[in-house]
Design a protein. Structure first.
Length: 121
């Protein structure tokens, strides 16, 4: 399944042309076989692309108390991106700032802080 997910990404000329519903379904199948909050977070990203940020945010928020993700900066980063897409800018800013505090290197911290500082669109 992971190879099929990678193939979907590789075959698409752009992110917009990616078969996100297929990737979302493949992640759902993978999640049924392997219980992993990382797989669920990846599924949330695919769901967000296929179905929209609201559907993805439900998944992301369900992962908030996962012990394995407590210090995983990408959870906050994904949450911030979804919140920004939903127009919830203050919450997005807080999520990006929290993610920056957890990021393991300066480049990621700087990127996440820039995302936090972006004006509403």
């Amino acid at each position: 399944m992971q190879a099929a997910i990678i193939a979907c990404h590789a075959q698409a000329p752009t992110a917009d042309e990616t078969d996100w519903p297929r990737i979302s379904g493949l992640y759902a199948e993978l999640a049924a076989l392997v219980r992993s909050p990382i797989i669920e977070l990846n599924r949330a990203v695919a769901v967000g692309m296929a179905e929209g940020p609201e559907a993805a945010l439900v998944i992301v928020d369900s992962l908030a108390h996962e012990p394995a993700l407590k210090t995983y900066h990408l959870l906050g980063s994904v949450r911030g991106d979804l919140l920004r897409k939903l127009g919830r800018h203050a919450e997005a800013r807080a999520a990006f700032e929290a993610a920056a505090a957890l990021a393991g290197n300066k480049r990621e911290q700087d990127l996440l802080r820039r995302r936090a500082a972006e004006p509403p669109t």
